[in-house]
Design a protein around this ligand. Structure first.
Ligand code: NDP
Length: 250
């Protein structure tokens, strides 16, 4: 077990049943964090908890749909009941059903807004009272290079949600420093995960599959950036990390 000033911190991670969240849970637990993980696929969450526990780490898992505020509140309560506090919340859950705007996939637009934006806000609303009580905390939002650059046609709504998370994170930073709550945004480029398979438009799906196969970096690369932000001394806040595969051209 590697240890550092992350050891024994209680870290809540949404969307940890696959991809970046799963990789993050495993890496942070290896560094001594107590991880509290949630997503809708409880069987996958249970498998991650089992693997971490088998390696000597500390983890608990919950079924959580981040579009449902009471479930996000229950995740934070589960962290406090299990480990007594919440040092870090990583708002990681996200969806990316890429499709040209002309296809008018309005329900997918709504789902992206619900998961990628409202899910983050429910996380903040649920964790902040506990962080205020502790007089310390850290909120880490996983945004995207697509929150900085627009990928279109196809990514217009997704990019808008990630740009919204950028703006939210900067506003949170300005509002919450007085509460001793650090705020960090992590903006990755293409990462190998289940994310690109979430599109219902066949031609967008083919483009993404080819692009990700050629370009994507492993989920661990984002996990290391999160670890770096958490490991800083309490008086240092990492505001943003942007990371891309070296081979990514935009
Ligand atoms: P995955 O699809 O592998 O993981 C997404 C996670 O979000 C899953 O654990 C999924 O769990 C969870 N999730 C989706 N909807 C909900 C919901 N309603 N409630 C709770 N959990 C939900 O993709 P990634 O690991 O790549 O994505 C993680 C984050 O990284 C996302 O915010 C994504 O936008 C961002 N990102 C990803 C990049 C990439 O190229 N992969 C690049 C930049 C940013 P379940 O289905 O079990 O609920």
């Amino acid at each position: 077990m590697e240890t550092s000033n992350i050891a024994d911190k209680v870290v809540v991670i949404t969307g940890a049943s696959s991809g970046i969240g799963e990789g993050m849970a495993k890496l942070l637990a290896r560094h001594g964090a107590k991880v509290v993980i949630g997503a809708r696929r409880k069987n996958r969450i249970d498998a991650v908890v089992k693997e971490i526990s088998a390696g000597g780490g500390k983890a608990v898992g919950f079924a959580v749909d981040v579009t449902k505020r009471p479930e996000v509140e229950a995740l934070i309560k589960g962290a406090v009941d299990s480990f007594g506090r919440v040092d870090v919340l990583v708002n990681n859950a996200g969806v990316m059903p890429i499709a040209p705007i002309q296809l008018l996939k309005v329900e997918e637009w709504e789902r992206q807004i619900d998961v990628n934006i409202k899910g983050v806000l429910y996380g903040v609303a649920s964790a902040l009272p506990q962080m205020q009580k502790q007089k310390s905390g850290h909120i880490i939002n996983i945004t995207s290079v697509f929150g900085i650059k627009v990928f279109a046609p196809g990514g217009t709504v997704y990019c808008a949600t990630k740009a919204a998370v950028r703006t939210l994170t900067e506003g949170l930073r300005m509002e919450l420093h007085s509460e001793n709550v650090r705020c960090t945004m992590i903006s990755p480029g293409a990462v190998a995960s289940e994310l690109p398979s979430g599109t219902s438009d066949p031609s967008s799906a083919k483009f993404l599959k080819d692009f990700y196969e050629k370009t994507a970096m492993p989920a661990d690369s984002v996990a290391r950036a999160v670890l770096y932000a958490i490991q800083q001394p309490a008086d240092v806040e990492i505001d943003e990390v942007v990371l891309r595969p070296t081979a990514q051209d935009f």
